[in-house]
Design a protein around this ligand. Structure first.
Ligand code: SF4
Length: 322
């Protein structure tokens, strides 16, 4: 058994991004102001711990607006929603607070602007992801969804000279760059956003995990299996030839993983709280003596404003007294 001290290195930055912090704060403030239950369509962010914690405080997570009772406080998740979902909520007169990340809203607006300009639209993203469904549902036309260079080659479009693309915010920067390059090679006049839609937090965490993977024998990415950005972090570390695991929390760590490992790197997806990083460190320390250090990296100062429904202009709700 390996008894040498374990060197634990933490990626910087890691964990919560500004969009996730805002979404969670919206739900917590909604609980505080309006009281439970607060209904949230879809998991507010893709993290099991966050969802369970909010559920324990009185949040009810639903898949569809139709499951929400009339007049209930309703929060839309950070991933954004299609226009028809928003319309359905208004028709039902639900009291809606939108926690869509402003960077996702920016992608919705880009897609709408290209549509207004008469472009045929391509979305680079993963089928079935709620952000992708939301973005596709923000325009009237059928959008071409692609996720690989191979799919660019197979793409059948109607107006090759009048195309535009947008991308999901949480993809791998490298994958997206190669897909965009393939699109530009095949359709030289294709339009796209000035800056890539990959958000600052995704980009920063990917840069940090690359740096981390170069210094360790194994990488643990804290994040849930349905978290797109967490999966990309694990993929990037794996592509660098380092054994990498995506774990929900400290309980997922297996003793045998540490055999032959002397330096272990930890990062966390944008929806995973720092508390889980602390728990993983504690668990590792209980398995072997360890030192902990943080790699040099960026400090993020991005903050997004909260919506008026949880700050200056709350809904007036008349609660029935039984
Ligand atoms: Fe917003 Fe980026 Fe965070 Fe997604 S990962 S919620 S786009 S800041």
């Amino acid at each position: 058994m390996n008894t040498e001290p374990l060197a634990i290195l933490l990626a910087q930055p890691r964990g919560f991004c500004a969009g996730v912090e805002r979404a969670i704060e919206i739900v917590e403030k909604a609980l505080e102001i309006y009281g439970p239950p607060v209904y949230v369509r879809h998991e507010i962010v893709h993290n099991k711990w966050v969802v369970e914690n909010l559920r324990a405080k009185g949040v009810v997570f639903v898949n569809e607006v139709g499951e929400i009772p009339d007049g209930a406080i309703t929060v839309f998740s950070a991933h954004g929603i299609a226009e028809k979902v928003e319309n359905e909520a208004h028709l039902r007169e639900l009291l809606v607070i939108d926690a869509t990340c402003p960077l996702v809203t920016k992608v919705h607006k880009e897609a709408q602007r290209y549509e207004t300009d008469g472009c045929e639209l391509i979305l680079i993203g993963h089928a079935g992801h709620p952000e992708v469904e939301g973005t596709m549902g923000r325009v009237k036309q059928k959008v071409h969804l692609i996720a690989s260079v191979r799919e660019v080659e197979l793409l059948q479009v109607e107006c090759p000279d009048n195309l535009a693309y947008v991308t999901q915010t949480t993809l791998s920067v490298d994958d997206t760059s190669s897909i965009i390059a393939a699109l530009k090679a095949r359709f030289p006049s294709i339009k796209g956003p000035n800056l890539r839609d990959i958000c600052y937090a995704t980009q920063n965490r990917q840069n940090a995990v690359r740096k981390l993977a170069g210094k360790v024998d194994m990488v643990l990415v804290i994040g849930s299996a349905n978290s797109s950005n967490s999966n990309r972090l694990r993929d990037l570390a794996t592509e660098m030839g380092v054994i990498s695991y995506l774990i929900d929390d400290e309980q997922a760590i297996k003793t045998q993983w540490l055999g032959g490992v002397s330096r272990i790197g930890i990062t966390a997806g944008a929806s995973a709280p720092e508390l889980l990083v602390d728990k993983v460190i504690e668990r590792l320390k209980s398995m072997r003596s360890a030192t902990v250090s943080i790699l040099d990296g960026l400090t993020e100062n991005t903050r997004f404003k909260l919506p008026p429904e949880v700050t200056s202009n709350p809904f007036t709700i008349q609660k029935q007294v039984s």
